[in-house]
Design a protein around this ligand. Structure first.
Ligand SMILES: [Fe+2]
Length: 366
């Protein structure tokens, strides 16, 4: 079966094994305001230079690697992650890298990314970051071995933002503890709603989602609110804040860009595409997807899932037809390779489509 689902700000739980469950949760229709900077959900942790905005994502192709990211506000400190399977015995260390970026009149804190490798499958790990009296400790569970007969539950979130309703959405996700990994279908902080894309809103968003994103991986898809394209203010390089803050394991799937890549997780093969990068014939994303789809071994990963921000099927007026050119380029491939589900965001409304393929084959001799 081929199904496309447009998630918007709604949130679903997808059980990839034998049955599926969707949420009855609905947000109200009216737009919601951003929470003020002094909201408790944005509060920085106590202590000098304490790590904040902690989040994790898959760090390799099959779930034995994990990237830990965080920000230290005042100085670089250490980029080390101390980790282990016993909370009181963190006997392994990985050393990461630190970067900063400037955006208009904003300079970021010290952004750390550290990859943990060769983890054991299906195991709880504890990890600690920070220095001196300002260390912080978290934990995560690695996925089972990649294979067809394992059960795994994904949460689906998109277009989260940082409004009062965003907080209700995150609370809702936390209230149902079955989600093991979030498939995030784009549009993170909406910092670009502000003058000069006030990047302090990227920081507040990082602090906001930490309560989930530090404990289970979020698989990132770029949306239009990640573009941050402001050439008139000397910011001509799209995706600069997003790519500085939210790394992806793109190289392990032979991608040349963090914006499109694939991972395997449990019984699922997940392909992430970028609606706002070139995808026409001969472009890097086009060539990558062309090479990528034949690599999927359905006897190993029977579930083939695609994440892309702008939906290819959308019957709402809002953002109508914006995904159409990408549909024209790639829909036939996804049908040919029997993709099970496409998750999209962008429209802020729920819609589910069954197979819907419109390619007309007209014999040349007619
Ligand atoms: Fe969007």
């Amino acid at each position: 079966m081929s199904v496309a689902i447009n998630v918007g700000v709604l949130l679903l739980l997808l059980v990839v094994a034998c049955n599926a469950e969707t949420s009855r949760y609905r947000r109200k229709l009216e737009a919601s305001e951003d929470m003020p900077f002094d909201s408790d959900v944005f509060r920085a942790p106590p202590g000098y230079n304490s790590p904040q905005q902690v989040h994790i994502t898959q760090g390799d192709h099959d779930g034995k690697g994990l990237i830990v990211s965080w920000v230290t506000p005042s100085d670089a400190g250490s980029s080390a992650v101390r980790f282990g399977v016993e909370e009181k015995k963190l006997d392994q260390v990985a050393i990461g890298k630190v970067l900063r970026y400037k955006y208009c009149n904003y300079t970021s804190g010290f952004i750390h990314h550290c990859t943990l490798k060769e983890l054991k499958h299906n195991t709880m790990y504890f990890y600690e970051i920070g220095d001196g009296n300002s260390t912080r400790k978290f934990h995560f569970i690695t996925p089972p071995n990649v294979g067809p007969d394992v059960r795994y539950t994904f949460g689906i979130i998109g277009d989260l933002g940082q409004t009062f309703d965003s907080n209700r959405t995150l609370q809702h996700y936390q209230s149902n503890p079955v989600g093991q990994t979030v498939l995030y279908v784009g549009d993170l902080s909406y910092a670009d709603h502000y003058h000069l894309h006030d990047n302090r809103r990227w920081d507040s968003w990082g602090r906001f989602v930490e309560r989930v994103a530090a404990y289970q991986p979020w698989i990132w898809t770029a949306g239009n609110h990640e573009l941050d394209f402001l050439p008139e203010h000397a910011e001509p390089f799209p995706f600069k804040p997003f790519m500085s803050r939210y790394p992806t394991p793109y190289k392990v799937s032979m991608s040349t860009s963090p914006l499109w890549y694939s991972i395997k997780r449990g019984p699922a093969y997940i392909i992430v595409l970028s609606s706002y990068s070139a995808y026409g014939t001969y472009t890097p994303q086009y060539e990558w997807l062309l090479q990528e789809l034949p690599k999927v071994n359905r006897s190993e990963t029977p579930w083939l899932i695609v994440l892309v921000h702008s939906p290819w099927y959308n019957s709402y007026e809002y953002h109508f037809m914006e995904g159409e050119t990408m549909r024209v380029m790639f829909e036939a491939w996804l049908v040919a390779y029997k993709v099970d589900i496409v998750f999209s965001g962008h429209v802020h409304a729920y819609e589910r489509s069954v197979i819907h393929f419109l390619l007309l084959l007209i014999p040349a001799f007619i």
